[in-house]
Write a protein that binds this ligand. Structure first.
Ligand code: UTP
Length: 279
């Protein structure tokens, strides 16, 4: 059973400068809800009610967001605006939030290792909040992955088919197809050229990891820019234990890029906000 979800949110978000100079990129709103709120909603839908954040300097707004704001509540009490806080109130009342810090930005692998103190020795999910994943017709992406974990009990990474023009931006898997959009991972290459890419299946920001990943990360040498890459640790786990890749059902926006962020905003505005639904 998986109960916990880790959000590494310590990155600088340099692609959104100057907006991210003094605010976390995870707090940028898609219509009227911060990116990170969408990620937590997805985790809670999958029954992951223990949310851990790996934060860094300048990220206090995230902790404040998932806490009660007495002055504001008082100010809008009894007005129509109270409904706008229903979603966040539900999370504050039903979810346990905890926080730890990554003191040096030494990569995603290092950020996840920094979260070990919040996770302990159990399997857990990871959400990169700048990937906004939606599946309006059915179960969310994390819920789909949790169901798979219950069957296979090994690490699972979400993948998406991308074309040659985009492949260099992603970690890409080589895998043996099992069934129903599921692959057993045999290798992974970080940011390959189109000629060297082993497939078109790119890793996106949703993972379920078994807790042995922490020991593997501790023994993973830093790669490019001195960063400890999660992909390197996962490759080792795939070769010595088991990692599955899952082509999820739903849509995903790369909100870490300006283009993806604008696409997500337009989509949510048209499909939810204009229809009178909460985003
Ligand atoms: P990104 O590669 O998108 O980096 O990290 P970034 O710094 O957030 O954004 P840019 O490229 O400068 O615009 C992917 C995820 O990993 C987290 C980030 O917060 C983001 O959610 N991360 C990355 C960490 O928490 N710590 C790190 O050392 C690196």
């Amino acid at each position: 059973m998986i109960r916990k979800c880790l959000f590494p949110v310590a990155g600088y978000g340099t692609r959104f400068l100057p907006a991210t100079k003094s605010m976390p990129k995870e707090m940028l709103p898609i219509v009227n809800k911060p990116l990170v709120h969408y990620g937590v909603d997805e985790a809670v839908e999958a029954n992951l009610n223990y949310i851990g954040f790996v934060t860094g300097r300048g990220k206090r707004a995230i902790a404040d967001y998932f806490d009660i704001s007495y002055e504001l509540e008082d100010q809008i009490a009894g007005t129509g605006k109270e409904t706008l806080l229903q979603g966040i109130r539900y999370l504050i009342n039903n979810v346990k939030f905890s926080f730890t810090r990554q003191n040096n930005m030494l990569g995603l692998g290092h950020a996840i290792l920094s979260g070990e103190t919040l996770i302990g020795q159990e399997a857990f999910a990871v959400v990169l909040a700048d990937d906004l994943c939606l599946h309006p017709e059915g179960k969310g992406i994390l819920a789909q992955m949790v169901t798979l974990y219950q069957r296979y009990h090994c690490s699972i990474i979400a993948v998406q088919e991308v074309d040659n023009t985009e492949i260099e931006r992603y970690g890409v898997i080589a895998g043996i197809p099992l069934h129903d959009d599921l692959y057993k991972v045999t290798d992974m290459i970080e940011k390959p050229s189109p000629e060297n890419a082993p497939s078109h299946l790119a890793i996106i920001g949703r993972y379920i990891l078994t807790p042995d990943i922490f020991e593997i990360i501790k023994h993973t040498q830093p790669g490019k820019n001195g960063e400890v890459q999660l992909t390197d640790a996962l490759r080792s786990q795939a070769q010595n234990a088991c990692v599955m890749a899952y082509k999820f059902k739903g849509i995903r926006f790369d909100c870490g890029s300006i283009d993806g962020f604008i696409d997500a905003t337009n989509y949510c505005y048209r499909h939810f906000y204009q229809q009178g639904e909460q985003c």
